[in-house]
Ligand binder design. Sequence first.
Ligand SMILES: Cc1ncc(COP(=O)(O)O)c(C=O)c1O
Length: 373
Amino acid sequence: MNKIYVTRPLLPNFEAYISEINDIFVSQWLTNMGLKHNELEEKLKNELKAKNCSLFNNGTIALLTALKALDLPFGSEVITTPFTFAATPHCIVWNNCKPVFCDIEPDTMTIDVKKIEQLITPKTSAILGVHVYGFPCDVENIDKIAKKYKLKVIYDAAHAFSTEINGRGIGTFGDITMFSFHATKLFNTIEGGCLTYNDESLKRKIYNLRNFGIQSEEVVEDVGINGKMNEFQAAMGLENLKIYKEEQQKRAKVKAFYDENLSKIKGIKIPQMPKGVTNSYQYYPIIIEDDYPISRDELYVRFKKQNILTRKYFYPACHDYDCYKNDLAVKLADLSIVNDLKHKVLCLPYYGNLEDKTIDFICNFITKGGKNY
Ligand SMILES: Cc1ncc(COP(=O)(O)O)c(C=O)c1O
């Protein structure tokens, strides 16, 4: 079998993209908040049902800027999940704050709100939740805790493009939400990302921070960074915005096929979206329980031998990284659920053009306990 990747990037029609970038060659405006950039920013604001939207050159710089814009005190603690990509806790540290890892909830694999309060100290300044695989955090209860202790709330929605909770855009919860438009994400601008937020007064601050802190020709107001999305990225976004829903529909069919075949297998659990939540169709994670004939790691290896590249996403968890594991608080933390699930989750190949025969093969392979006969 030819190599089957866990995902394939969403690509617009080649001619459509060429026509889009033709404008850039005519205007000779390549970056710095050009026409494509501004058009995409406006369109995404509407698409995500957000009050404000600021584009970035990638999701990590966007998240870094979100934390900076909220002025978290030097050395303060940010409660977050270790079941995420490296960028989430790294952005906390780059802001001179300390990540405090909280355990996750077993069904949605997002930060466990029941365990947040016990981690709050006088030094806590914020909660950074991750809508992992597009499963939303318990936004309502996080909001209650944040109000009670006067904490900022930031969400990493890298996996949750277009997700809505009862018709409300996921990017409207908390103080600021980050979306990633990396090539592997459902909606991509090659590299890219954005911040959405309700507070209008953050707009100028974020605008400046994204552009070195430059306020005007002779005034540099903040210690900013270069977070600008260029015109070629924005052009990709404008085209992909037209086709991502079609990709979601195709992925919905792949999901239905997987669900139907895998849900019957003893030892395989398929996490499902809570009621009222729309699926972003970013990942297809399954949980390999203890009563499945082989371990997740063994299944991963057997798939690899068949040229099928699944992902042990997220193993290792962030608290296992060399840069975090020696911290005393990490050593003492109760992370029992994440320490269990990090050995059990496997993300299967998932993209619209995944062929029926490949899905069939994958389902049969799992049904037979990782055997190809
Ligand atoms: C959960 C999560 N947060 C942050 C990021 C970083 O986004 P980017 O790659 O756009 O910098 C990613 C993935 O790339 C991610 O999966």
